[in-house]
Design a protein around this ligand. Structure first.
Ligand SMILES: C[S@@+](CC[C@H](N)C(=O)[O-])C[C@H]1O[C@@H](n2cnc3c(N)ncnc32)[C@H](O)[C@@H]1O
Length: 278
């Protein structure tokens, strides 16, 4: 479809940093895992309803796009001024669906940045947000726990390139923007997939201007293979101390779902909080 890869989707090499869990990166290198994410993130956009896959229809209610849309609605509701934020960054933005929702709402019209250190996720974020060409075959939830599956999408359904989006294959602390640059920084379902949630929040906070909004979502589904037990938290408020942050929005549980394989649907409920930087 004559797609191109605009300059704004340049790749910068990341280096090994401690805010990334090696075990998480190992998981996110699997095509089967990727298929579950791509379906959750983009199924409603790129898999045409006219030709439903009966296996995917087992996910009831329809899960595709649900978390990103619901969370984007909350952020829009909580955003504290009449003008939408000009510069937004989604840290650990996966395959880019939330940044796409920000663009649809006119958020980040000066600069929309996605940081995503997992290679395969980064590649798919560039395909979905930046028009990077691909053959039209989309990994989808596997038939069983081992074998990935694929469906051909209509390339006309792939979102048009977002000229304001830049996708970087780097973790939070390597986002190539100055401290205090962004109006809005989001950290969605990341703090339970890093060795230390406080470290990644502090890297995200550094990017945010004073008065800017930090939005954190997480099902707090901690696992010791990803996060040192000493760093587990049970409520997101623990990450935004009141001497540094004012909490202005909270939601107890946005559904966050994955069809891990044909017969395994998982639903988390992500706590979501929004806090302005003092
Ligand atoms: C559970 S996924 C969430 C993806 C997406 N935000 C969502 O809500 O679906 C966690 C993501 O965090 C990314 N990640 C892990 N450590 C990170 C770090 N230190 N900085 C930025 N992203 C990180 C992973 O690569 C992964 O894509």
């Amino acid at each position: 479809m004559g797609q191109h890869w605009p300059d704004n989707c340049r790749v910068e090499q990341g280096s090994d940093v401690s805010s990334v869990s090696p075990k998480v990166m190992e998981n996110y290198a699997s095509q089967a895992f990727l298929g579950s994410y791509l379906y959750t993130d983009w199924g409603d956009v790129v898999l045409p309803e006219a030709e439903p896959d009966p296996r995917l229809a087992r996910a009831e209610p329809p899960i595709a796009g649900r978390f990103a849309r619901a969370t984007a609605d909350l952020v829009t509701q909580w955003w504290p001024s009449a003008e939408p934020p000009a510069r937004v960054c989604d840290v650990g933005g996966g395959t880019g669906r939330f940044l796409y929702e920000m663009a649809r709402r006119g958020f980040g019209d000066e600069d929309r940045v996605l940081s995503e250190p997992a290679d395969l996720f980064n590649v798919w974020a560039r395909r979905m947000l930046c028009g990077e060409a691909f053959d039209g075959w989309l990994p989808t939830p596997p038939r069983d726990s081992e074998r990935p599956d694929f469906r051909r999408v209509n390339l006309a359904d792939v979102p048009k390139p977002d000229s304001k989006a830049t996708v970087y294959p780097v973790p939070a602390e390597q986002v190539p923007r100055p401290a205090g640059y962004f109006d809005l920084v989001t950290l969605l379902n990341v703090v339970d997939r890093v060795p230390d949630p406080r470290q990644v929040v502090s890297a995200a906070a550094r990017l945010l201007r004073q008065g800017g909004l930090l939005v954190i979502a997480s099902p707090l589904a901690y696992e010791s293979k990803y996060t040192d037990e000493a760093n587990w938290i049970s409520d997101l408020h623990e990450l935004v101390p009141t001497d540094e942050w004012s909490v202005i929005g909270e939601h107890e549980g946005v559904p966050y779902e994955f069809l891990y394989y044909d017969r395994h649907l998982t639903r988390y409920y992500s706590q979501v909080i929004a806090a302005t930087k003092r």
